[in-house]
Design a protein around this ligand. Structure first.
Ligand code: FES
Ligand code: FES
Length: 154
């Protein structure tokens, strides 16, 4: 298997140990620091990115698991920050400290890709692995509902 992966549309040849967590590769090697380290144990969701379109916890994903695949981080979700979720996040003033928010948005983007019109229960179920110490959950849910509506109207 080739040791290359694509991150936000750009190809990279990996020259680090394939066991390095994808999160370290993104943050320390590629300097894409939008993706955060929270627990390092797949428990908080702060490190969520997309791997071939599916949300994964990059803290527990070895970089070798991404070889030959496409990784999308918060920096690549939209070239100009205009993804409907990002617009809805601003409209709803979702972030407080902001630390968890990239992971929240990446999980929400995965949800809306799979389910364009989620119920509140479905939003709750899909987002329950993303912890927010600031307690922005209600605004997150409102923003996801707003984004789903605007994506349906587009
Ligand atoms: S840092 Fe990966 S789930 Fe918490
Ligand atoms: S906004 Fe502070 S942890 Fe979520």
């Amino acid at each position: 298997m080739s040791n290359t992966l694509t991150v936000n549309g750009q190809d990279h040849t990996v020259d680090v140990d394939g066991n390095m967590p994808l999160l370290w590769y993104l943050r320390d090697v590629l300097e894409l620091t939008g993706t955060k380290y929270g627990c390092g144990m797949s428990l908080c969701g702060a490190c969520t990115v997309h791997l071939d379109g599916n949300a994964v916890r990059s803290c527990m994903t070895p970089v070798s698991a991404a070889f030959g695949k496409k990784v999308t981080t918060i920096e690549g979700l939209s070239p100009d920050g205009s993804h409907p979720l990002q617009i809805a996040w601003i409209k709803n003033n979702v972030p407080q400290c902001g630390y968890c928010q990239a992971g929240q948005i990446m999980s929400a983007a995965d949800l809306l890709e799979r389910n364009p019109d989620p119920s509140l229960d479905e939003i709750h179920a899909a987002m329950q692995g993303n912890i927010c110490r600031c307690g922005t959950y209600l605004r997150i849910r409102s923003a996801i509902q707003d984004a789903a509506k605007s994506m349906q109207e587009a």
